[in-house]
Design a protein around this ligand. Structure first.
Ligand SMILES: C[S@@+](CC[C@H](N)C(=O)[O-])C[C@H]1O[C@@H](n2cnc3c(N)ncnc32)[C@H](O)[C@@H]1O
Length: 297
């Protein structure tokens, strides 16, 4: 049934939330060893190369694919950037979308009046593992120094206290938002990195839908991303996002997509973004992983 994901290990973490919420640690003891195995197996996906890359781990989506998935609003937000702006792609894989932004097709599809040439934004690709191909340095060599940058070797959670810098546009297409074990910290860091009036476009696969009723796609009784409220009822991600201060949220379930995809457009309206806390209670490694969180409100 679940041919798109590699299900490596199911873990109920109520007793040990502090362990799974931290960066990988390697402790002794039978339970710890199970936890460590799950984390290592998820890490193996990031480390995989060549034939060992799981089929479902797509790292080379084009900018056209980003636009098709995220919306025309994303396309217009990217088109509106100029040389003083910055774009961050969180979970960028090979960074293909950024490379395409600097390619001739983007210019042909977004012509300026009077054949003026576009002054493009600086763009930063962020990935745990370095997935760059030869096309990255080849493109960088044609651009001004610092126009594109590739950050790897760390997770988003390791860029705290403003170390990422500030961005006018942030994208995340099946990147850290889909893979993180700490959605709250992800949102805090991403929104702190977003300038006021900036836009963040992201998505989730098979999350509990915000509008129409739909059965889970991969499992019979649980969605890939679940949020459980204190009263035991399920919350959808869209409602959770709408509780963040200084953010306008537009959620859109893609019609007819299999597996189902819901997109999220966050527009930052003012500076202080407070994110409601979530605690991870269950984790199934995969591409992307299955996660269950508990909310406090
Ligand atoms: C399935 S690939 C998607 C790549 C690209 N967005 C695409 O669509 O082709 C997942 C990417 O998310 C990155 N990623 C996952 N968790 C992350 C985290 N916590 N912090 C930073 N990057 C993360 C991985 O390193 C990888 O680059």
């Amino acid at each position: 049934m679940n041919f798109l994901r590699i299900l490596l290990f199911v873990l109920t973490l109520n007793a040990l939330p502090h362990i799974i919420n931290e960066a990988p640690c390697y402790a002794a003891g039978p339970v710890d060893e199970l936890i460590n195995r799950a984390i290592r197996e998820q890490d193996d996906i990031y480390r995989s190369r060549g034939e060992l890359v799981p089929e479902g781990y797509v790292i080379d989506r084009s900018l056209l694919s980003y636009t098709h998935t995220l919306s025309q609003t994303f396309d217009r937000a990217l088109e509106a950037l100029d040389k003083d702006h910055r774009w961050l792609d969180i979970g960028a894989g090979e960074g293909q979308a950024i490379l395409d932004y600097f390619g001739p097709r983007f210019d042909a599809m977004h012509p300026l009046p009077n054949k003026r040439s576009r002054h493009k934004a600086r763009a930063v690709a962020l990935s745990i593992e370095d997935r760059r191909t030869a096309r990255w340095p080849a493109t960088a060599s044609l651009l001004k120094t610092g126009q594109i940058q590739y950050l790897s070797g760390k997770r988003l959670r390791e860029y705290q206290n403003g170390t990422l810098g500030r961005y006018n546009l942030i994208t995340d297409v099946v990147g850290a938002f889909s893979y993180t074990r700490d959605l709250t910290l992800y949102m805090q860091i991403a929104l702190n990195a977003l300038e006021a009036d900036g836009n963040l476009f992201t998505l989730l696969t098979d999350a509990r839908p915000s509008v129409a009723k739909r059965r889970p796609f991969f499992e019979t009784d649980t969605y890939l991303t679940e949020i459980i409220r204190p009263d035991g009822r399920s919350e959808n991600v869209c409602n959770w996002l709408r509780q963040i201060s200084c953010i306008e949220v537009i959620c859109n379930e893609k019609s007819g997509w299999q597996p189902p995809v819901e997109t999220f457009h966050l527009h930052k309206t003012c500076e202080i973004t407070t994110v409601p806390p979530l605690t991870l209670t269950s984790f199934v490694a995969g591409t992307p992983p299955s996660r269950r969180f508990h909310s406090e409100q």
